[in-house]
Design a protein around this ligand. Sequence first.
Ligand code: ATP
Ligand code: MN
Length: 156
Amino acid sequence: MKILVPLDFSKTAESITKYAEDIGKKLNAELLFYHVIDERNFFTYNTVYTFPEYYPEIKIDSDSEQQIKESTEAEFKKMIESFNIKDINYKIQVELGIPYSLICEFAKENKFDLVIIGSHGKTNLKDIFLGSVVDYISHHIEIPVLIFKVDISKRR
Ligand code: ATP
Ligand code: MN
């Protein structure tokens, strides 16, 4: 049994992780903690990267994308390790892309049995029912989804 656990870097990640750990143990599952770096945040960078001839004044290291991935991976690993997960196998993975669509594709392609995801993430909007990433995923993903209701009064 393989469970996909998409996480952002918000305060909510810890309670989602603890919940996934609990359920994962009961189901004798393996967990994959998965973070997608939103590539739309690097739009300017991508433009420069794709058309360097139009931006001669801006020098972009060709390894930048790899560097962003590596530093995020290190940060993500650190966060997950700080949660002290015990007695269950887990892996971590970081990718660059558009979070809501990449999570759906990734879950399908890698034949996960279940997704455990939070009802809210980084954006601190207390009165919305679901965050936009989880909202899209719950409507479009082709495998079962378990939405962990984050206690929004405790979010930061
Ligand atoms: P919004 O992003 O719509 O402004 P939000 O941040 O509160 O609001 P979501 O982004 O939908 O809500 O986050 C809900 C859950 O989706 C998170 O707790 C996390 O489990 C997952 N998630 C969100 N963004 C990512 C991401 N970039 N990579 C992996 N998982 C993510
Ligand atoms: Mn979000």
